[in-house]
Design a protein around this ligand. Structure first.
Ligand code: PMP
Length: 305
């Protein structure tokens, strides 16, 4: 994981010099919000997929946890495109982080500066491309009554980190988490979908799941393919008996699920295969219907020249 420079509060800082102080508030209390976005190669060169939606979620997350971002969405949009262009990247992962920085260390920390960074580097599929073997975590998902699950904030990711470690230690690829009421929420960094009787279902955000941008993309692709899709609460056993299941996220893409708690679901089914093909066409600019989801990186380098 490396590229040449990281955008840090308006400067392109060399990768190895993009540092923060150990007494930064965010390091102690998880007071940061983040985004994971991807750029892909398209016939017109590198383009960022659904950049505006990712930036909108970043600003929503910051508002929820009370961080004021000292830039406009347009400035962060330009910073993102510049970061991809400055590093000469085509296909890459982009990480936005807005954190409460170094100042005072009390919980309130009203005088700490808000630091904004944008990094980009080449990164393959988060969960691989093979069928995943999931385990139901013994940890419950973050509860929206305890932490703001609608915000993509760093603190609550501890829940994902310990669930992921438990799943890997037990010999599985990934964890699926239930919420306090026992309904399926999501995986550690991806939303879940099941196909039953030709209908796609995915848990709602009220189950503690992040409002996934890939989840939304899949819903729109499914609608265009004529596959019925709904958001509804799913039981753990709905996963066991699904005809097909997949997880999806920006870093992961669409990845079929092979088994849940050792109940075999089989190989990727026809609905998963159709959606994966439609998703790949959309992100790589091969389907005109979804070109509005792509922001060309070249536009940025022209604008800043
Ligand atoms: N849930 C969690 C917990 C995640 O970390 C992610 C990745 N951001 C997702 C779902 C998928 O979201 P998106 O499709 O917007 O990347």
């Amino acid at each position: 994981m490396q590229a040449e420079t990281i955008w840090m509060d308006g400067e392109h800082v060399p990768w190895s010099e993009a540092r923060v102080h150990v007494l930064s508030h965010a390091l102690h209390y998880g007071t940061a919000v983040l985004e994971g976005t991807r750029a892909y190669g398209t016939p017109e060169g590198s383009a960022v997929f659904r950049l505006d939606e990712h930036l909108e979620r970043l600003f929503r997350s910051a508002k929820i946890i009370g961080l004021a971002i000292p830039y406009s969405p347009a400035q962060l949009r330009a910073a993102t495109l510049e970061t991809v262009a400055a590093n000469g990247l085509t296909s890459c992962y982009i990480r936005h982080l807005v954190h409460r920085g170094y100042g005072e260390l009390g919980i309130a920390a009203r005088t700490c500066p808000t630091v904004v960074t944008v990094a980009a580097w080449e990164w393959g599929a988060l969960l691989g491309e093979e069928g995943l073997r999931l385990m139901t975590s013994s940890w419950r998902r973050n509860d929206p009554a305890v932490v703001p699950t609608a915000a993509k904030a760093t603190g609550p990711y501890l829940n994902s980190v310990i669930a992921k470690a438990e799943a890997l230690d037990a010999g599985y690829d990934e964890a699926v988490l239930l919420n306090a009421a026992g309904y399926v929420s999501e995986c550690t960094g991806a939303n879940v979908f099941v196909v039953s009787d030709g209908t796609l279902s995915t848990p709602p955000s009220s189950a503690g799941a992040l409002e996934g941008i890939t989840q939304d993309t899949v819903e729109q692709l499914a609608a265009d393919l004529g596959v019925p899709v709904r958001r509804r609460d799913l039981l753990r056993t709905d996963l066991y008996t699904a005809d097909e299941m997949f997880v999806c996220g920006t870093a992961a893409g669409i990845v079929p699920v092979q088994s849940v708690d050792n109940r075999e679901l089989g190989a990727a089914g026809p609905v998963t295969a159709k959606l994966t093909a439609a998703y790949e066409a959309a992100v790589h600019g091969r389907d005109e219907r979804y070109r509005h989801w792509l922001t060309p990186v070249a536009a940025a380098s022209r604008a800043t020249r």
